[in-house]
Design a protein around this ligand. Structure first.
Ligand code: GLU
Length: 281
């Protein structure tokens, strides 16, 4: 209760500072705006180990590390980042409704999404795959006939199944991949599909170790972009691309991908990674 009240006071004080900074036209006041600690709002996943994961008040994973690096380059050190959960189905909406400034959430660049949002990047290339129980003989999407498959609403993974393999597959859509894995543990699901790096992260947790395997037969190319509002954003696509390029060139990218896939049975595709930046729209 007390904490909430203090937080409200702090927010009001910050707002007052911001207002006064905006009110005066003098450039020398920009320092006080920064002092108010204006935060950048970054959408990540909260339940994808190795990519975007919330553990108490800590955020970990490759998406988080790239986000922190880029934000810092843009002038937002870690204490000025607010991480916000952005589930697959809500990403476009959250950018369109000004709830986020950027998204680093295993967010594939697609033409359909580009109708609503903009992308910087890509900063990683993954591929769609299947996660199955260790003793399963499913070895690719062709083996899914008559099977129960789980994926996530609003993902390219679910869309690809509907477009190419819908006929014989029973597709169950959940809000997150972690929920799919729980369903598979319960025995009602034969396979989970999404990007290989996400599946490898989920399979490597203490709770899941030894129970599941990633098939290792990818059937798409997923270019992870930095989602941005199409208009009115506070960060520029070009600046993000420059920051990602710097991260790749100085070795921090490689260090981050290695660190975050360490305990997982996963090797990134070295022919496609690290990727070259697309031109900004
Ligand atoms: N990369 C795919 C997508 O953007 C699947 C992973 C996800 O849902 O975040 O839809």
């Amino acid at each position: 209760m007390r904490k909430t009240r203090y937080a409200a006071v702090a927010i009001a004080a910050a707002a007052a500072l911001t207002l006064s900074a905006c009110g005066s036209e003098s450039g020398s006041d920009s320092g006080s705006t920064e002092g108010a600690g204006e935060k950048i709002r970054i959408g990540i996943k909260f339940d994808q180990p190795g990519l975007g994961f919330k553990d108490g008040s800590e955020y970990t994973g490759f998406d988080v590390d790239v986000a922190k690096y880029v934000a810092n380059e843009l002038g937002y050190p870690e204490d000025r980042i607010e991480f916000i959960s952005s589930p697959s189905a809500q990403r476009e909406n959250m950018l369109e409704n000004d709830q986020l400034d950027m998204i680093f959430a295993t967010y594939s660049i697609t033409d359909t999404r580009k109708e609503k949002v903009a992308f910087a990047g890509p900063y990683f290339v993954a591929g769609q795959d299947l996660l199955v129980p260790s003793d399963s003989d499913i070895s690719g999407p062709e083996d899914l006939d008559g099977k129960n498959l789980c994926s996530v609403t609003g993902s390219t993974s679910a869309q690809k199944i509907k477009d190419n393999y819908a006929a014989g597959v029973n597709l169950l859509e959940q809000p997150s991949y972690a929920e799919c894995v729980t369903a598979m543990q319960g025995g009602s699901i034969d396979a989970v599909t999404t990007d290989d790096i996400i599946l490898a992260g989920l399979a490597s947790t203490d709770a899941n170790k030894g129970k599941f395997k990633v098939v290792g037969n990818t059937f798409s190319e997923e270019n992870y972009g930095v989602g941005l509002p199409k208009e009115g954003g506070i960060v520029k696509c070009e600046d993000i691309n420059a920051a990602i390029t710097k991260m790749i060139d100085d070795g921090a990218w490689e260090e981050a991908i290695k660190k975050n896939t360490e305990g997982a049975d996963y090797t990134f595709n070295a022919e496609l990674n690290p990727p070259k930046m697309d031109a900004c729209a």
